[in-house]
Design a protein around this ligand. Structure first.
Ligand code: MOS
Length: 733
């Protein structure tokens, strides 16, 4: 059936004729009349979370539960010659020991032995009683050393440089530079950032015969089920993974890690529940990080503000892992672009996907370069972006953001404030893909007593997926969202996506709407068959049935059900058609105001305005919360967080939350989070991605604000006081 679908946002709308498959929900366009969706709703699990009733995997305690932990190498590169477990094994309360004698250590923190004990105290004593003989080898933990001549080999396979990726033709960029008026070459550097999820990695495992239950802190309930089933050699249906609540993951928790498998093996061996959760030090050292980057940028521009060439040569380290590429250049229209990226192996914990992998680092360099180019041609940096940004959504967002921050207050003469405390304004942009995808099934159950349950086996990483599904079902059922119970995070329930890539809400949301819509249809059929009337002319609204032969509350309608419960499913394949989308990406812009004390070098973020598109905003309160979180994590990346490895030992010097600083209450500025609704056709609900995008531009915006405040540029993250002072002294930073 052909239907008109209104796409876009106020001031920029268009109508497309779209094919709606038979039986499929009508897609919600810009003119959809919605009663529950689009209003602020607190999280459905807010009270459980703030009262502590919500149990995270970290909180799970099972009867007769034992504790497991791995002994970790203090050396960055070594051979494990021998492991003497005898003392540990003889200690009362030690239940199992395991040695990885003969293994090769590639980074400080790699496991060399494992212990299971009755209590955590005995566990620590037992680990301390293990004697390990190492043959210590040369290591390298720093990229520039690793690239140098005669550098130690980080891994046995030798080459420090693991891979080179290239895109774009060299000649085209050279030609663009040649035709430009200004060509700038600069080096930008970003540090290694650890994910620092408040809940560390790990799980609790319990066997019942040949069936395993694992309470895991994971983004991928079904991924962990698959991994454990393979590692333990039991069928997938014998493994149940449960993640009720999640203390963050940010990309580092996509499958079963060595310690999870160890935990499951030990639980089977001892035939009792075993808990293996990492401590904070292990979390920093072994559980993943955002790789570093060293980006040699050559960008060029014409005097009239036409962006010409963008060339980025990047070296970065993901430790013994891979994936140090940066997403750069992106967003703007350049005549020609080219990027080469090299992974440099070092003896350090591996990089992992981290909230918009490659993007914050790439955008920091690109947005800094944009400001440098604008300065060079004497153009306002916002104007330079306006002239070169092809995305109509961001063009509108620039106006919203500039107004909210008061862009006209930006110092034309950087560093011109009188006195030691100088203010500055800066901005940066970002993009992300529309990521919702098929493959999930959501179940909706309505019972005779009027209760409603929505179910999927994926988890809520903390973004509010549970609430989003409640709001969407509530819209169809004409109920307030807190009348809809949502069960997530049990792999015994229908399959859902791994919670990553900003896909979860946009994959499950359409299914939830579809399931609830189907349940409504069956409920109204029951009403019609008991009371008469035309079910297709009835609807559910404000807790009542509209169009029934007599006034009927939702509960009264449920009491007419022919069976105790009705259960429906919503699937992507039934009607979550991908209609034409308004733009091919989600867009965001951020503006930052900072104050820099030029006597101490301290940077204070005063205010951040974040304007973020995520398609349809299902719950603006949740969306603002997600934007706030992205900005706060971006502030940590811009100013504080830095994994420091001791070049001598190769071990991390700040593997705790005192010395590895994430923002606290005093570092969080006023954040003006502005969800920017764009009607698009990516699915029939119109939801798109929000998890990752709002952390992408923050560091770039802050860096530009700092440069505007002090009239000197810090080209390395984090922007610490020493770097600010060095930049003021004219030293390269
Ligand atoms: Mo993400 S970095 O896909 O959790």
């Amino acid at each position: 059936m052909k239907e008109p679908l209104k796409l876009g946002f106020p001031g920029n709308e268009r109508v497309e004729e779209v094919d709606v498959p038979a039986g499929a929900p009508r897609p919600w366009g810009a003119d959809a009349e919605l009663r529950v969706v689009g209003r602020d709703h607190p999280r459905v699990d807010a009270v459980a979370k703030v009262t502590g009733a919500a149990k995270y995997s970290y909180d799970v305690r099972r009867p007769r539960m034992a504790y497991a932990k791995l002994l970790r190498s203090p050396h960055a590169r070594a051979k494990v010659v021998s492991v003497d477990l005898s003392k540990a094994q003889a200690m009362p309360g030690v239940l199992a020991v395991e040695s990885y004698e003969g293994s090769e250590v590639l980074f400080a923190g790699q496991h060399v032995a494992g212990v299971v004990a009755e209590t955590e105290e005995i566990l620590d004593d037992a680990l301390a009683a293990i004697r390990v003989e190492y043959e210590v080898l040369h290591h390298v933990v720093d990229v520039e050393t690793a690239l140098g001549p005669n550098a130690p080999k980080a891994a046995r396979d030798g080459n420090l440089v693991e891979e080179v990726r290239a895109a774009g033709a060299k000649d085209d960029v050279a030609k663009a530079h040649a035709e430009a008026d200004v060509v700038l070459e600069r080096i930008y550097r970003t540090q290694v950032q650890t994910h620092s999820a408040l809940e560390t990695h790990g799980c609790v495992c319990e066997w019942n015969g040949d069936r395993l239950t694992a309470w895991a802190s994971t983004q991928a309930t079904f991924g962990v089920r698959r991994d454990l089933s393979q590692a333990l050699r039991v069928p997938v249906e014998n493994v149940t993974v449960i993640t009720e609540h999640m203390g963050g993951g940010f990309g580092a928790k996509f499958g079963a890690d060595f310690w999870d498998v160890f935990c499951a093996r030990m639980a089977r061996k001892l035939d009792r529940p075993v808990r293996c959760m990492l401590d904070r030090s292990e979390e920093h050292r072994v559980a993943g990080n955002r790789p570093s980057s060293m980006q040699l940028c050559r960008f060029s521009v014409k005097r009239d503000g036409t962006l010409m060439g963008a060339e980025v040569r990047n070296w970065g380290t993901a430790g013994i892992g891979s994936g140090a590429g940066v997403a750069n250049p992106i967003v703007y229209r350049f005549r020609a672009k080219r990027q080469e990226s090299t992974d440099v192996k070092t003896n350090a914990g591996w990089g992992r996907a981290f909230r918009a992998p490659g993007h914050p680092q790439g955008v920091f360099a690109m947005e800094s370069m944009l400001d440098e180019l604008a300065d060079a041609i004497g153009m306002d940096p916002l104007e330079l972006r306006r002239r070169n940004d092809p995305n109509p959504v961001r063009l509108a967002q620039y106006e919203v953001g500039a107004k909210a921050i008061g862009w006209e207050r930006r110092r034309k003469e950087p560093g011109s404030d009188a006195g030691p405390r100088k203010r500055g304004l800066g901005m940066a942009s970002a993009r992300w893909g529309h990521t919702g995808r098929p493959g999930a099934t959501v179940r909706c159950r309505i019972a005779r007593d009027g209760s409603v349950l929505v179910v999927n086996g994926a988890q809520d990483i903390g973004t509010g997926t549970r609430t989003v599904l409640a709001v969407l079902a509530a819209e169809e059922l004409g109920l307030p969202p807190d009348r809809v119970a949502v069960r997530l995070g049990h792999t015994t329930d229908p399959e859902g996506p791994a919670s990553g890539g900003s896909v979860t809400a946009s994959s499950l949301g359409p299914c939830a709407r579809d399931a609830a819509r189907e349940a409504k249809r069956r409920l109204l059929d029951a009403v019609a068959s008991r009371l008469g009337g035309d079910a297709t002319a009835m609807d559910l609204r404000d807790g009542r049935v509209v169009g029934a032969p007599r006034p009927l509350a939702f509960e009264d309608a449920c009491a007419l059900l022919p069976t105790e419960t009705i259960e429906t499913t919503g699937e992507w394949s039934r009607g979550n058609a991908r209609y034409p989308s308004f733009t091919s990406e989600v867009a965001g812009v951020q503006f930052a105001e900072v104050e820099v004390d030029v006597e101490t070098g301290k940077v204070t973020v005063v205010k951040v305005v974040a304007v973020q598109d995520c398609g349809r905003v299902v719950d603006p309160l949740l969306a603002r919360s997600q934007i706030n979180g992205g900005v706060i994590q971006g502030i940590g990346y811009a100013l504080f967080e830095d994994r420091v490895l001791d070049p001598r030992t190769g071990d991390m010097l700040n593997a705790n939350f005192l010395d590895y600083r994430i923002p606290g209450a005093f570092e969080v500025p006023e954040i003006v989070a502005i969800p920017f609704t764009v009607a698009n056709g990516v699915n029939h609900v119109g939801m798109s991605s929000l998890g990752e995008p709002p952390t992408i531009p923050t560091a770039g915006a802050i860096a530009n604000a700092v440069a505007n405040a002090i009239g000197a540029r810090v080209r390395s993250l984090p922007i610490t006081p020493d770097r600010v002072l060095a930049a003021l002294d004219g030293e390269a930073s």
